[in-house]
Ligand binder design. Structure first.
Ligand code: NAD
Length: 303
């Protein structure tokens, strides 16, 4: 693989860029944050002074930025005016489908190839190189995109054409947000009915209530040792991130005319939880809101 310009070295991008360097690729890294840039340099990347400097020397551009407006601006103002002929550009940020498609149109019009490739898996998977990528790109470009993503990935799947990767990501995370709420409601009800939540886990994990939120991220501490519920809901997938993805799903549903009433409820509940100060807690902590026990996660008194 030739030279990679990696833009956005935050919680996710930092680990991802490091894995590209670890795989022996030359990574020209840039972030607005000096601290993030210094961490990338320690991990074997070459710190660039600007997006333009990184992009002008690269054959591949990977971006991992906070949201749609950042992606649009960085591509329009910095990536496209400075890229070399033949460059392929892969945006791994989670953004709205409309922006992903608009950026793809701009990139193609300028003569380059583009893929939207959002990820599933949090910072631990970014560090370990075990992310799942959902890719929207032209079919002919997929093998090269897959090869680019390989050092950061445990699975890379093509969802369809431009924008389909983002569509897959927000639909998947809408399932996740809704299913976590369903598990939390059931745990809170089990407790009220005098059923031990640990015993409920043993039964539901072997019954038709079984799902990822239950078996991998059980919100009650104990039955799933690796779940964030065992470490005060620290780490994991932040409530604020889940809220962002549910908002993207609701915006997309409104534009597409899709009925997503459960997604809307989930967005409302996570917005409330976020407003109560839980934005940084793992999203499974919403159990404590449903139990009326925000005090257990250090927020206010007993609700
Ligand atoms: P982050 O805020 O930690 O990192 C974003 C980085 O982009 C920051 O370091 C910021 O300085 C940099 N940046 C912003 N504008 C820039 C610009 N113009 N030029 C260069 N750098 C710029 O966010 P994150 O947690 O790394 O998430 C990145 C993306 O990945 C988001 O879209 C998020 O939704 C998605 N995502 C995050 C997770 C997670 O668990 N954190 C999981 C899956 C997907």
């Amino acid at each position: 693989m030739s030279r990679i310009a990696f833009v956005g070295l935050g919680n996710m991008g930092g680990g991802m860029a490091a894995n590209q360097a670890r795989a022996g690729r030359q990574v020209l890294a840039f972030d607005l944050s000096d601290a993030a840039l210094a961490r990338a340099a320690d991990a074997g990347c070459t710190a660039a002074g600007s997006v333009a400097e990184a992009v002008s020397q690269a054959d591949v551009v990977i971006t991992m930025l906070p949201a749609g407006p950042h992606v649009r601006k960085v591509y329009e103002e910095q990536v496209l005016p400075n890229a070399k002929a033949g460059t392929i550009m892969v945006d791994c940020s989670t953004i709205d489908v409309e922006t992903a498609r608009a950026v793809a149109v701009q990139v193609k019009a300028a003569g380059y190839r583009f893929a939207d490739a959002p990820v599933s898996g949090g910072t631990a998977a970014a560090e370990a190189g075990t992310l799942a990528f959902m890719v929207g790109c032209e079919e002919a470009d997929f093998p090269i995109v897959e090869a680019i993503l390989e050092p950061m990935s445990r699975a890379t799947l093509r969802a369809g054409d431009h924008g389909a990767g983002q569509a897959a990501k927000i639909c998947n995370n809408m399932v996740l947000g809704i299913s976590m709420l369903a598990v939390c409601e059931a745990v809170a009800l089990a407790e009220k009915l005098g059923l031990d939540p640990e015993r409920f886990f043993e039964i539901a994990s072997k019954s038709s209530g079984q799902c990822w939120s239950l078996t991998s991220y059980y919100p009650w501490p104990g039955p799933v040792p690796a779940a964030p519920s065992n470490r005060g809901y620290e780490g994991g997938f932040a409530t604020a991130m889940m809220l962002k993805d549910l908002k993207l799903a609701q915006d997309a549903a409104a534009k597409a005319g899709a009925a997503t009433p459960m997604g809307a409820q989930a967005e409302g509940l996570y917005a409330l939880f976020d407003r109560l100060g839980a934005g940084g807690k793992d999203f499974s902590a919403i159990l404590q809101l449903l139990r009326g026990r925000l005090d257990e996660i250090g927020l206010a008194g007993k609700a």
